[in-house]
Design a protein around this ligand. Structure first.
Ligand code: NDP
Length: 369
């Protein structure tokens, strides 16, 4: 491929802008009107709480049904995303830059007004744009942080479905493609089934909304988590039955640990007396859960996520490192994040955290790390 062809592939067209705007508009309108459980978020520094409408699963299923109808009626092409992958990537990147610059200006202005939630402004333009100024910026009643992460996870599925349609169109279906697609589909559906658990995660409770987070949600999640799907479109992998079984086991164990740990913490936060694995929970200082997965390692949920990430790449075999981009990235991210979360919790919980560390010495993987 020459430079001109590459540049052309990345150049946003009006169609990719329209596709992106249609997607964001759908999420904004239907996300605000479709029914869903209203979940209170963490208590903010001024004592108030945001409320999140958790209707992501319904929103996603309806979107896929509408697109399916559109495909059947020849109004949209099932391979539209797969055919325009690179230009959609650059369009989304440009959108992220514009939106975070607008966010920067709006947040900068709001700092003048007296706000009990104290936006975080350092005065360094690059720093404030990159890390964000406000914790929970809202636009027309929509919590932007919750909205963007939702868009990213749904975008990932839409890309996968379109790449899958392309595989069918090219008569290129294989066991590896089906495994990859199935694992991601289950992971994303599960994410939206338990969408309310997102309201107690680090991103939602602790990260300010700047370019780093918006880029991560809108560009990084959908376009890099789907690399395996794109790779399988051009590379054939034959899996043995033993490899398929081993791959399914990695997915299953990863899922049980990931979902189990996140669920236990969420349930504990809501009701500190709720049973964990059928027994009363071990609680430190009335605040920290030290039984179940949280008694095995201080972040077993990260271990589960890493196993899941690995299971998404194993269908691609081991001939190339490219499909292993996601687990490698996640490994680095979660090691870094665990360190940041550890520092945050040590500062927040002080002696209680020190006691927890003593009782549960392992960070992510018992006897290893
Ligand atoms: P956690 O869900 O682990 O949340 C950390 C917070 O939980 C802490 O700050 C603290 O908050 C609370 N906490 C920690 N230990 C305990 C305890 N023992 N008892 C009670 N509360 C505790 O982290 P993340 O938000 O980073 O991750 C959530 C999920 O998202 C994970 O499964 C992770 O793997 C996944 N993830 C996936 C990514 C991806 O790219 N695929 C990226 C990032 C995360 P508090 O102050 O409220 O007590």
């Amino acid at each position: 491929m020459d430079l001109n062809t590459i540049l052309h592939a990345f150049t946003p067209s009006l169609i990719s802008v329209a596709m992106l705007l249609a997607f964001f508009t759908y999420l904004a309108i239907f996300g605000s009107i479709l029914p869903g459980r209203i979940i209170p978020g963490a208590t903010l520094s001024d004592g108030t709480r945001l409320h999140y409408r958790c209707n992501g699963l319904l929103l996603l299923v309806l979107l896929v049904i509408l697109l399916g109808i559109g495909v059947r009626m020849d109004l949209v092409s099932a391979t539209a995303i797969a055919d325009r992958g690179l230009e959609l990537l650059s369009t989304t990147l440009i959108f992220s830059v514009i939106v975070t610059l607008l966010l920067y200006v709006a947040s900068y202005r709001s700092c003048d007004r007296s706000s009990s939630l104290k936006p975080h402004l350092t005065g360094n333009l690059i720093h404030d744009w990159w890390f964000g100024i406000q914790l929970n910026p809202q636009f027309m009643g929509i919590d932007l942080k919750f909205y963007f992460v939702r868009a990213g996870m749904m975008g990932w599925l839409l890309i996968n479905l379109s790449v899958f349609a392309k595989c069918i169109q090219e008569s290129n279906l294989s066991q590896s493609i089906i495994l990859y697609q199935l694992f991601c589909l289950l992971y994303i559906l599960d994410y939206f089934f338990y969408e309310e658990y997102m309201t107690s995660t680090w991103d939602i409770i602790a990260e300010r909304l700047g370019f780093m987070l918006v880029f991560g949600d809108l560009v990084w999640i959908p376009f890099t988590f789907s690399i395996q799907g794109w790779w399988l479109l051009r590379n054939k992998v034959e899996l043995t039955t033993a490899a398929v079984i081993a791959n399914c086991l990695v997915f299953l164990i990863g899922y049980l640990v990931f979902r189990g740990a996140n669920k236990q913490k969420h349930v504990f936060k809501k009701n500190p007396k709720a049973l964990i694995w059928g027994r009363p929970p071990k609680v430190i200082g009335g605040k920290l859960l030290a039984s179940g997965y949280w008694g095995i390692a201080r972040h077993s949920n990260y271990l589960g996520d890493l196993l899941l990430a690995l299971s998404f790449s194993l269908p691609c075999g081991i001939s190339s490192p490219v499909p292993y981009f996601y687990p490698m990235y996640l490994f680095i991210l979660l090691i870094w994040r665990e360190r940041r979360d550890e520092a945050r919790c040590a500062q927040k919980y002080k002696d209680v955290w020190a006691e927890y560390r003593k009782l549960v010495p392992w960070r992510i993987l018992p006897y290893v790390y």
